[in-house]
Ligand binder design. Structure first.
Ligand SMILES: Nc1ncnc2c1ncn2[C@@H]1O[C@H](COP(=O)(O)OP(=O)(O)OP(=O)(O)O)[C@@H](O)[C@H]1O
Length: 503
């Protein structure tokens, strides 16, 4: 779904998806929103939309009491011994995590490694104050590499790849904040994100890093944001989704990009690879001045996407990873073999029972996510569910509850596969393996992004794939071959394999 081929025509894609998935693949906000949601209105002014401020996540090592199914099964997909192994592995991960970052930042082969300090990157004192207050000590590799490139004069365009959770957001945020001239009251930087959740999360990161740049203004442009009729956006930084930004720039003409100096395409590969997003991104791009600096970031890129980007963005500096470096060693990848939907459910409820920390369970469709959430809730488990079916307000609330630790399990679709950063998440479960439903091949990019919701910035993470049948085993094998990794079967006999995974 995420990369149906960037050259594929939108109609063809829609009809294929309609045929293949009656209940619709969820994950990307492709459509232009309805006028009521998007347009200018005569409603009370909402120029500064109230946005959630991320609360610090609860300590991961203090799991709340389990709700139901506390007894572990002795038979079936996951045995009691497997579960106790998993609990042990997860607990061990939480203890190790505390010391990981400092160790990793001294290892030249690690993506968090750096030789320079933030001071040596010539950042403004206000920005240094902001990032030190966030607890950052040293830059990661992508920050150390990209910031000097992005801040050099004349500005260069950049296409950058770095593993999930290695600080790409801070890299472009610091560059963007450095380039704003607060004396000019107009939009000077635009960030385009594939989903509302990611746009709002980025907004919050920019707020935190820019906390001491008090003269810089920021706003979102996502589903539910409205402007009073006739009002123009004049915030220095605007962060939004493509549909809303196209509406504001082309339809309502309330966002003028002629003074924009920085354009960030976050999750650039999916923005280019998905036809609807590509069209919208190109439309926005056309309104930017020629000299506007382009910054493209993602954890995954296929060659066609990079070639397309290189053709559009003038002389970009490119920073790519080798395939074998794309996966993070601090995420243990495992699988559980099941033989029916019933066994899948049993595995899921057992995993729930052994949970330490927080988890995201990924389903391919809204329909499956709803089914799974309902069944778990009926059985007494406390879970959150987030799919594209919810209203903007509901989505914000559900994610906030998960960040706060009110629910420790969030059942979701690919809407949350990319970019979402919730510190307490130490387990990702693929209830459905990510695949391209047209070709039935593994969707390796989505796989990487999904598992990247844990194991962030040096933390230890666990990914469990629920495998049901021969097709799933084949998909898992494709994942292994693509990344050159071993996904270990979760059973008691593989304890050594599992513990070895991150050594
Ligand atoms: N230099 C740093 N020191 C400590 N923590 C950092 C540093 N840079 C970023 N972080 C933290 O690491 C986490 C992951 O960063 P971020 O979300 O930017 O990763 P990313 O590379 O954009 O991931 P993804 O590919 O999933 O979008 C965040 O919580 C962020 O605050």
């Amino acid at each position: 779904m995420s990369s149906v081929g960037w050259a594929q025509d939108a109609e063809q894609q829609e009809s294929q998806e309609a045929k293949v998935l009656a209940d619709k693949v969820d994950g990307l906000e492709l459509t232009t929103e309805t006028e009521g949601e998007t347009g200018q209105t005569n409603d009370a002014p909402t120029t500064a939309p109230s946005l959630p401020i991320a609360a610090p996540p609860p300590p991961a090592a203090a799991p709340p009491p389990l709700v139901a199914n506390d007894a572990t099964s002795e038979e079936g997909a996951v045995t009691a011994a497997d579960l106790s192994l998993m609990r042990k592995v997860m607990r061990k991960g939480i203890v190790e995590t505390k010391n990981n970052v400092e160790i990793y930042q001294k290892d030249p082969n690690n993506p968090l490694y750096s030789v320079k300090s933030f001071e040596a990157l010539n950042l403004r004192p206000e920005l240094l104050r902001g990032i030190y207050e966030m607890g950052f000590k040293l830059p990661s590799k992508i920050q150390e590499f990209s910031l000097p490139t992005l801040l050099a004069e004349p500005p260069s365009n950049l296409i950058a790849q770095s593993q999930s959770g290695t600080g790409k957001t801070a890299a472009f945020t610091l560059a963007m904040l450095s380039r704003i001239d607060p004396n000019k009251k107009c939009t000077q930087a635009l960030v385009v994100s594939p989903t509302m959740e990611l746009a709002l999360q980025t907004l919050e990161s920019v707020r935190q890093m820019g906390k001491y740049c008090t003269d810089i203004t920021i706003r979102s442009a996502v589903k539910g944001d409205m402007l009073p009729r006739g009002q123009q956006v004049n915030e220095h930084i605007v962060i939004g989704t493509p549909g809303k930004l196209v509406d504001w720039t082309s339809k309502y003409k309330c966002l003028d990009l002629r003074s924009c100096k920085v354009f960030v395409l976050d999750e650039a590969d999916v923005m280019i690879a998905t036809q609807g997003h590509q069209d919208q991104s190109v439309r926005i791009h056309k309104q930017l001045p020629k000299e506007c600096q382009m910054m493209l970031f993602s954890a995954t890129y296929v060659d066609e996407v990079v070639n397309f980007a290189k053709a559009i963005f003038k002389d970009p500096v490119t920073f790519r990873l080798r395939r074998e470096d794309e996966t993070l060693k601090n995420i243990r990848q495992m699988y559980v073999e099941c033989n029916s939907t019933e066994e899948k459910y049993e595995a899921i409820s057992n995993i729930f029972t052994s949970l330490v920390g927080s988890a995201m369970f990924f389903c391919h469709t809204k329909h499956t996510a709803t089914f799974l959430a309902k069944r778990l809730i009926d059985d007494g488990y406390q879970v959150g569910i987030l799919t594209g079916d919810l209203t903007a307000d509901e989505r914000v609330k559900v994610l906030q509850r998960f960040r706060d630790g009110t629910e420790r399990v969030l059942i979701c679709t690919n809407v949350l596969a990319r970019g979402i950063d919730v510190e307490s998440v130490n387990l990702v479960v693929n209830y459905d393996l990510p695949q391209h439903y047209d070709s039935r091949r593994a969707d390796t990019e989505t796989y990487l992004h999904r598992i990247g919701r844990c194991g962030r910035f040096g933390k230890t993470g666990n990914a469990i794939n629920i495998v049901d049948g021969i097709d799933d085993l084949r998909i898992l094998k494709e994942v292994e071959d693509h990344f050159g990794v071993k996904v270990v079967k979760l059973d008691y006999n593989s304890v050594e394999d599992i513990e070895k995974l991150e050594d």
